[in-house]
Write a protein that binds this ligand. Structure first.
Ligand code: COI
Length: 356
């Protein structure tokens, strides 16, 4: 199983984006990628770091038809002392396997996943940007590759890791965004795949995202699929509210993704002695808190943006403006602390960073 990672250097490395180039998100890709194959009976085999380029699969490969695909997202940072470190890769490896389990896909040894990522980052270390706020986004994914149209789990898979230098999510700093509370479409249901980072969850979210834009909103706030009452996620992020001094976030009900940033934020709030509760939160409670003036802050959390302040919520045609549409104190403190740890400016007392 597994074996040594074979390395094939890309003979014609691409031109790297310059320090003044707008990196955007997921627009440029590094020189190499990692690939590992699986076949029933043989297990995971042939690990290799090879030149980044097109992958070739049979048109009948199951990924194209039944969407058996899961992915992850994590980042590598260049510190002020020119070291490269990755934020909590062990957590991504664990979650990748949890997602795979839900889609009936084979697990990969978690230590092997982390080591493969570290190896790949070392090979393309020059691609880790040094620009303030920029990082190297790492995208591991697993896809079903067996050719066949029968609806059943594939007997073959590929685990691939690609990497992209990305800019600060908000070039001008944190920007509060307008969010549409979505009352028609649902992202996930109890017993479904919402708790997994399954590609299909993201496909299912696109229609509502486009409609939100028509209302001049950046994203949607998802409600539960049955009663359309309990809050789930905001766009592709977990969501937090500060109500009357207490921080609340929806509990992991099975339809909500277990965010690594979410987990880290709960940890920090506990360290700081700020009360934080994971529980069911209804849209009625948010409306009530807004009306009685106790809705202090709202924000999304995720790998891409770290934290994203919510400036207003559009609910049944009426906007609820939060904190006068300004960035809250708590969002600021969380953003500064997490990015401080990631860039090595704040001591990593939890041991979250892994040096390459
Ligand atoms: C994240 O920020 O954690 C995400 O999942 C966003 C990604 C799908 C681009």
């Amino acid at each position: 199983m597994y074996g040594q990672i074979r390395f094939e250097r890309n003979p014609q490395g691409k031109t790297k984006p310059g320090i003044h180039d707008d990196l955007g998100f997921g627009r440029h890709f590094t020189d190499h990628m990692f690939v590992l194959d699986y076949e029933d009976g043989q297990g995971w085999h042939d690990p290799r770091i090879i030149p980044y380029g097109p992958l070739s699969y049979d048109p009948a490969a199951m990924i194209f038809h039944y969407g058996q695909a899961v992915f992850e997202g994590l980042k590598a940072f260049r510190t002020d002392s020119n070291e490269i470190q990755i934020f909590r890769p062990d957590q991504n490896a664990k979650r990748l396997n949890r997602s795979s389990e839900r889609l009936n896909m084979p697990a990969i040894d978690e230590e092997f996943i982390v080591n493969a990522i570290l190896e790949l980052v070392r090979v393309d270390a020059d691609w880790v940007p040094s620009k303030q706020g920029a990082s190297l986004y790492i995208r591991p994914f697993v896809i079903a590759t067996e050719a066949g149209l029968g609806v059943r789990p594939s007997s073959r898979y590929s685990f691939v890791v690609i990497m992209s230098p990305v800019g600060a999510y908000y070039e001008e700093g944190l920007q509060p965004v307008k969010i549409l509370v979505e009352s028609h479409y649902a992202r996930a249901v109890q017993g479904g795949t919402g708790g997994a980072k399954a590609a299909g969850n993201y496909a299912a979210s696109l229609k509502a995202q486009v409609l939100a834009k028509e209302h001049d909103c950046a994203q949607v706030l998802w409600l539960d699929a049955i009663d359309k009452k309990s809050l789930e996620e905001v766009g592709s992020m977990n969501v937090f509210f500060k109500i009357g001094g207490e921080v609340v976030t929806p509990s992991l009900s099975g339809s909500i993704l277990e965010g690594i940033t979410r987990k880290s934020i709960i940890h920090l709030l506990n360290d700081w002695g700020i009360p934080v509760t994971e529980r069911k939160i209804s849209i009625d409670e948010i409306v009530h808190a807004y009306e009685n003036g106790t809705l202090e802050e709202a924000f999304g959390t995720g790998t891409a943006a770290v934290v994203s302040p919510i400036g207003s919520l559009l609910w049944q045609g009426t906007p609820m403006v939060i904190n006068e549409g300004q960035i809250g104190e708590l969002v600021h403190r969380l953003y500064d602390t997490i990015t401080g740890i990631q860039y090595g400016r704040i001591a990593d007392k939890h041991g979250w960073m892994v040096t390459c």
